[in-house]
Ligand binder design. Structure first.
Ligand code: GDP
Ligand code: IMO
Ligand code: MG
Length: 454
């Protein structure tokens, strides 16, 4: 006890240059487009969790970029994009993504993209095992993206994984590790009576990818530490969302990583004293893709209306899998929880424009479960399945808000909706988005550290 250590005092007095941006719901909140907006005032954008289960959409001047592994800062030519140790990387898919982005005119080089040597590699055997596990679960399946995410993290925590840094080894040695890892996963497949992979054949495309990726791989934590000491500003890009977190989500209907704010520190190897701001991004309504409880899920006309037909790229169909997303009213109980477990300093609402034209809007402010009122989600999934949302009704607005850029431009009912959400979750909301394009953002106050894109 007593005085904090000297070193902490020094750090505390220093400019705190890290912003952590997280998804406050079940993923797909619009994180990619917000990262793209905030990247204008960052030097580095760093992804810290997940793999190509993520799909982050950024729309700029009519061009739509779909990012799965590469951070959403990549559209800014003066920003360094970092892939952290908390990620799981499919090297073949990464090379493919680099190619797609290059064809769209983006410059990608080892000066602009840095891959942690400590990220884990997803192999084709992990993908096969992901599929096998889902099949075995039948109706109880998690609804994973089938990208091999769970099996890769399982090998990581089981201390049997192979890492991106292994690509720096002698080619033969890397090939041996890769084959050995796939053979081990083959054992699991065999034990379930499932088809195994020809590990040597499957390894070839990985060796080719390693040749391309080698120059991008380095120690990211040290890179970030040096950058932070030199005064660089770092934006940490969350993937997935709070309610998909392996610890804090609705387990087992979760992903296998830590998308919450704490995951940014371990998933990049940076210390908490550099963090200034934790921004939660939430959609103005709820969506979920995959299985698991969703208390405010709707069927029928309103769900269809929120989802859209699929004709627009922003309609609610998975960026990675194309699956229709489940839709419902905004679940403030879950948001309140996300504010707590992430220690959010502020919240942002996206897709406000989609609510235009609905006569009545509803906010789930609490749940009733077995006759008891809950302000936060209950401890067990079984209780959550029985949760009956208590709704507060709010008037909608009919105006097209997609051209609004200041809070004062928004209809009164829209401002009221935003203010009520902020009040119910006990977190300020200073930004909302009103369309998918980069500049379709409405800000309450112009703060210097959230500069307009340069
Ligand atoms: P992420 O995974 O959190 O980055 O989100 P996704 O990209 O998977 O899904 C969000 C979708 O909503 C994308 O198609 C975005 O282009 C779109 N989007 C984001 N913000 C807005 C908005 O304010 N209005 C509309 N209409 N679409 C938006
Ligand atoms: P972004 O970053 C929405 C969901 C899957 C499934 C569960 C486990 O775009 O927000 P996994 O393949 O990770 O083992 O699947 O997690 N899921 C996502 N849902 N957005 C995502 O990423 C997701 N990443 C995983 O649908 O329910
Ligand atoms: Mg997404």
């Amino acid at each position: 006890m007593g005085r904090p250590p000297r070193r902490n005092l020094r750090m505390g007095q220093r400019d705190m240059p890290i912003t952590i941006l997280i998804g406050a719901q079940w993923g797909d909140e619009g994180k990619g487009r917000v990262v793209d907006w905030l990247a204008a005032s960052a030097d580095i954008v760093a992804r810290y969790a997940g793999g190509d289960n993520a799909g982050h959409t950024v729309a700029l001047d009519g061009q739509v970029y779909k990012l799965h592994l590469i951070p959403s800062g990549i559209l800014h030519s003066d920003v360094v994009s970092i892939m952290g140790n908390g990620m799981v990387v499919n090297p073949v898919n990464l090379v493919r993504e680099i190619d797609v982005l290059r064809k769209l005119g983006l410059r990608i080089s080892p000066e602009r993209l840095v891959i942690s040597s400590r990220a884990h590699i997803i192999t084709p055997a992990h993908i096969a095992l992901d599929e096998a596990k889902e099949m075995a679960l039948g109706a109880a399946k998690i609804g994973t993206t089938l990208r091999g995410i769970g099996p890769a993290y399982l090998d990581k925590t089981g201390r049997a994984g192979i890492r991106t840094g292994d690509m720096l080894l002698d080619v033969e040695e890397f090939a041996e590790r890769l084959v050995a890892s796939m053979e081990a996963t083959n054992e699991d497949l065999r034990s379930q009576g499932l088809q195994t992979l020809d590990a040597r054949a499957a390894a070839q495309s990985y060796l080719d990818a390693a040749d391309i990726l080698r120059p991008y791989i380095r120690d990211v934590s040290i890179y970030l530490y040096e950058a932070l000491k030199a005064g660089k500003r770092v934006l940490c890009e969350g993937a997935q969302g709070t309610l998909l977190d392996i610890d804090h989500g609705s387990y087992p209907f979760v992903t296998s990583s830590s998308p919450t704010a704490g995951g940014a520190l371990t998933g990049l190897g940076v210390g908490p004293l550099f963090v200034e701001r934790v921004l939660g991004v939430a959609k103005a309504f709820s969506t979920r893709v995959g299985g698991g409880p969703m208390p405010t899920e709707l069927d029928g006309d309103i769900a269809e209306r929120l989802r859209g037909s699929g004709a627009n790229f922003w309609d609610e169909f998975g960026t990675t899998t194309g699956r229709p997303r489940r839709c419902g009213w905004l679940d403030v109980v879950m948001l309140r929880y996300a504010v707590g477990v992430n220690g959010l300093s502020e919240l942002m609402l996206t897709k406000m424009d989609i609510l235009s034209g609905l006569d009545e809007l509803k906010l789930a402010t609490a749940y009733m479960i077995d006759g008891e009122r809950f302000e936060y989600p209950p401890v067990t999934n079984e209780q959550l399945e029985r949760a009956i949302p208590i709704y507060e009704s709010m008037p909608g607005w009919s105006e097209d808000i997609s051209n609004c850029r200041e809070f004062g431009d928004l209809p009164k009912a829209a401002r009221h909706y935003i203010e009520r959400v902020a009040q119910l979750c006990d977190a300020p909301i200073e930004m909302v988005s009103v369309g998918p394009e980069r500049d379709q953002i409405v800000m309450k106050t112009t703060r210097p550290r959230v500069a307009a894109p340069r």
